[in-house]
Structure formats: C-alpha cells, structure tokens
Design a protein around this ligand. Structure first.
Ligand code: UDP
Length: 237
C-alpha cells in the first residue's frame, strides 16, 4: 500500500492517502508537544515505539471484540488504518488521579478510584480542548444520545481489557485518552494508544513510564518509551 498524498499533519502523526479511498496510512513522528503545544521537543524512537505499541493494543482490542480503525502494521513507524471521520470528542478514562484532574479538583495524585471516571473533552485546539457535559455534546450535535452511550460503554470495555493486560505486565493503567470516528455505518476506535496518550506507572516503584517524563523533564524519556514497547510487545523493535 503506497502513500500518495499528505492529508493531514498533526503534532505527533502524519496521515497519507493511499490508492484505496477507504484506507489511509498513519505515520508516527518523534515530535513531542505538551501543555497545549507550548512545550515542544523530539523523543528519539518515539514514533516507532508508539506505532508498534498501538498496533499491538489495537490488535488485542480487536481480538476482544472492539471495532477499531486498525488494518495492519506497514513498517516500524507506519500503520494502515480505515479512513474515518473523527468525532471531535476526546474520551479520557481515569482509574487513578493524575494530571489535569488533580489540578482541576484538588484531588491528590495517586488516589485510586473504586470505579473508573470517563470524561469527555471537546477536541478543539482553538478552545484548548475544554471539558464537556453530555448536554453540550448532544446540543452541539457532536454525537447523538445513542452514539454517546456507545462511546462511553465502549471506553469502559476498553478500560477493562487494557487494565487486565497492563496488570499482567506489572503496569498500572492510570488514565488514557480515546478517539472514535465514523466509518460507513459504524463507529470505530481510532487514533493511537501509546505512552503519549496513556499514563503508565510501574507497579511497586510507581515509576512513570509515559509522556509525563517529557512534560515534567523527569529524564530517561526515550528509555521509558522503549521499556513500554518491550513490556507490551515482548521485544524492542
Ligand atoms: N491526553 C491525551 N491528549 C490530550 C489530553 C490528554 O492523550 O490532548 C491523555 C494524557 O496523556 C493522559 C490522559 O489523557 O493519559 C489524561 O490527561 P489529563 O486530562 O490529565 O491532561 P494533561 O495531563 O495532558 O494535562
């Protein structure tokens, strides 16, 4: 499958058209941004790690009955995916308090929630991705009530599958962000699932193995991505 034309370039990925109008290539870059694009940098090897990790996790989710845009891995930093129309809602699932939740509500980092929290954010850079109510989503026609229920239940199912897996490899899945898109008459999980979009803490030590190492200059950024790649896929490439 050949890349034909660049359709979209985001902060961490480039999407290319292919000869098949229903399929596109996602290319994962080493570029990293944080804090609404204010902090910028490069994480060597991140593109490869995030692509291979996402391929592995999408494949695992498909095997567990979750419909995703993933078709196949094309190379170390490229995957073939179905061309979806992304719904501008970011679903964030939280098992443990961290990040913006702690700042917004004054909850201490590390507090474990007995049941997960599923938040919705408006995916809109110009408005800095604000937190949204279901009423906003429905009134603004970003999704209808049935679609919204599907997104939230699917996010919870994904959380269960991923938690079971990460627990088995000694990692606490603290929180993560999901995006979905329309494809024909279906809604598919899209985008990526990687250390850029999840928080991973090593069980026992609580060592952070995700983009927080870049956000907060914690050091050993590259090695955290490689470590997660090894743990998730069982190999480093
Ligand atoms: N997240 C993401 N993209 C975003 C915002 C958040 O992938 O635009 C992920 C983030 O990596 C974390 C989770 O969603 O795993 C919750 O992020 P939070 O709301 O705490 O925001 P942040 O820490 O980025 O301020």
């Amino acid at each position: 499958m050949n890349k034909i034309e660049k359709l979209y370039e985001g902060k961490a990925k480039i999407v290319y058209s292919t000869e098949d109008p229903e399929l596109v290539v996602q290319f994962f870059k080493d570029d990293a941004t944080a804090f609404d694009g204010v902090k910028k940098g490069q994480i060597s090897g991140k593109g490869v790690a995030n692509n291979l990790i996402s391929c592995h996790l999408f494949d695992m989710l498909e095997k567990n009955g979750i419909a995703t845009h993933f078709v196949k891995r094309l190379s170390d930093n490229e995957m073939l995916v179905r061309r979806v129309v992304i719904i501008p809602i970011e679903l964030v699932v939280r098992n443990v308090a961290a990040g913006s939740l702690c700042k917004r509500y004054g909850i201490p980092e590390g507090e474990i929630f007995p049941e997960p929290i599923v938040e919705r954010y408006y995916k809109n850079d110009a408005f800095h991705d604000p937190l949204m109510d279901d009423d906003h989503i429905i009134r603004f026609k970003l999704a209808n009530a049935a679609e919204l229920t599907f997104l939230k239940t699917t996010a919870m199912r994904i959380n269960q599958i991923l938690q079971d897996f990460f627990n088995s490899i000694g990692i606490t899945l603290v929180d993560f962000k999901l995006e979905f898109g329309h494809y024909k008459d279906r809604l598919l999980l899209a985008d990526e699932i990687s250390p850029d979009t999840c928080r991973f803490w090593e069980k026992g030590t609580q060592r952070k193995l995700d983009k927080d190492r870049f956000r907060f200059d914690l050091g050993d950024v590259e090695s955290a991505y490689v470590e997660m790649l090894k743990r998730i896929t069982g190999s480093s490439s």
